[in-house]
Design a protein around this ligand. Structure first.
Ligand code: ADP
Length: 473
């Protein structure tokens, strides 16, 4: 999962948790407040009734009391309301039929003998839960009557539920809006946090690929910015070291190349007899010297080529040429090496091929390199086939051998410089090679506008393919 996605998901989870927590808390707090309000309301109603009852007892105004009782009865949740005298005789009742009676229910009996506010819950004949309140009425510190109200608990619950339904809707609406803002915020935050990390990862990848000019620009004014600065310092130090290495390599190879060339020239002169007649033993030693000097010379040539490629100084002079002579000449030159191992080189080249637009020497170098690898990595009595096909804008050349093959895990790496399949190198006799050949070949093919790739099976052989652009008509 990408860092940005991880950040967004984590932040979103946090936001959901916080919003869910706050919503539940708000809901519970609102419910508690509402219940408290309802209870206060009920107390106020009964207090009001007791007050009016007291005034009507003092003034003997029963009409006022009856009107008030009826008014209270209309309040939602009130089942009945009544005022009795101190002995329990009903003076006013929401049910007119009960006027003058004396109640014998638990609350009535308790209220008659008590001077306190009484609260009683019970279930009536209609299976309704009732909350019964009784408040004594005092005149001059003497108990003169009792005010009573019965509230339907089911209706009270219903009122609470109705009010909470609205609250729930409000909280839900606010939560949804907050969630949307939160999600958008989480994505923006994740983007802001991961952008510099992404830039650094990209920069580090480019530096890793050898692009040491890469500069990572991060302006976040925090640890990430100083990390980017450190990475930039590291890449500029690497660049300095790389330059030193290139300069050193270039001058060393140059200093080696000139004396070596004259050494080879003099060995050649000796062998041709220019310095007098040599006996067979001296000739044999000189040939060994010649072979080894030529190997060293090829190694230095590879190093010089690589240094040129890296400095962008490799010259490619393209012109229109026939490919057949180039391939035939190269095969002719390499034939003695193949013969030493009894390797057959077969060519399957049509003679009506169009011209290619390439550098002749560089193309010769490509084929020599691939052919010498095929000979090197093919056991005795093997076979090498060279084919050329006409393929739209290109000629496609292929070199197949019946050699040891390349393990699949190395296929993509063998075109990198200094890359060799270690197990293979240890099995093959002769010079170890440099691991530069295919890197140079790849550069030369691509610099001429072509492509190179390989197919191989361990134990069966390898086929190297490359394309060369045809001459534009
Ligand atoms: P070198 O031949 O100097 O080692 P190259 O760059 O030419 O360097 O080749 C790199 C590696 O690719 C070789 O070391 C070898 O492991 C592998 N290779 C190249 N050509 C062949 C081939 N025809 N068959 C098997 N392995 C090959």
């Amino acid at each position: 999962m990408k860092l940005r996605t991880k950040f967004s998901v984590l932040n979103s989870f946090l936001i959901i948790a916080v919003i869910l927590g706050v919503s539940v808390f708000l809901f519970i707090a609102e419910k508690r407040l509402l219940i408290q309000e309802m209870e206060e309301n009920q107390t106020n109603i009964i207090k009001g009734l007791a007050q009016v009852g007291r005034e009507s007892l003092i003034t003997n105004d029963e009409i006022l009391l009856i009107n008030y009782v009826n008014l209270i009865k209309r309040t939602r949740g009130v089942m009945y309301a009544l005022v009795t005298d101190a002995q329990g005789k009903v003076l006013a009742h929401s049910d007119v039929g009960l006027l003058g009676t004396i109640g014998d229910d638990t609350t009535a009996i308790k209220a008659r003998s008590s001077n306190k506010f009484i609260t009683q819950s019970y279930v009536d004949d209609k299976k309704q839960k009732v909350l019964d309140f009784a408040l004594p009425i005092f005149i001059d510190r003497n108990k003169a009557g009792i005010a009573r109200i019965g509230f339907s608990q089911d209706s009270i619950h219903q009122i609470v539920e109705e009010t909470l339904r609205e609250t729930r809707k409000r909280i839900f609406g606010v939560a949804v809006v907050m969630l949307i803002i939160g999600f958008v915020g989480a994505i923006i935050l994740a983007q802001m946090m991961t952008k510099p990390i992404k830039q650094m990862a990209k920069g580090a990848e480019l530096i890793g690929q050898g692009k040491l000019d890469t500069e990572i620009v991060v302006k976040s004014k925090d640890e990430l910015e100083s990390l980017a600065t450190d990475l930039n310092k590291m890449s500029s130090q690497l660049k300095e070291i790389d330059q030193m290495k290139k300069d050193f390599l270039a001058s060393v190879t140059h200093e080696l190349k000139s004396p070596l060339t004259s050494l080879i020239m003099y060995i050649d002169l000796f062998l041709t007899g220019a310095a007098g007649k040599l006996n067979e033993k001296a000739k044999k030693f000189l040939r060994i010297m010649e072979r080894n000097s030529n190997r060293l010379s090829r190694f230095i040539d590879d190093l010089l080529d690589m240094a040129r490629i890296e400095r962008g100084k490799m010259e490619i002079k393209r012109e229109s040429l026939g490919i057949l002579p180039i391939v035939s000449e190269t095969v002719e030159l390499m034939k003695p090496q193949a013969d030493e191992k009894n390797i057959e080189i077969a060519m399957n080249i049509p003679d009506d091929l169009p011209l290619v637009f390439v550098d002749g020497d560089r193309t010769r170098q490509i084929i020599t390199n691939l052919l010498s690898n095929s000979i090197k990595f093919t056991p005795e009595e093997g076979k090498i086939s060279i084919k050329i096909q006409d393929d739209k804008k290109y000629l496609q050349l292929s070199l197949s051998d019946t050699g040891i093959g390349i393990p699949p895990e190395h296929i993509n790496k063998i075109f990198d410089k200094f890359e060799q399949v270690r197990e293979v190198r240890e099995r093959v006799k002769g010079p170890r090679g440099t691991g530069l050949g295919l890197a140079i070949v790849k550069y030369l093919v691509e610099a001429q506008g072509g492509k190179i790739w390989v197919e191989s099976e361990v134990g069966k052989g390898s086929t190297f393919y490359f394309t060369l652009p045809k001459q534009i008509m």
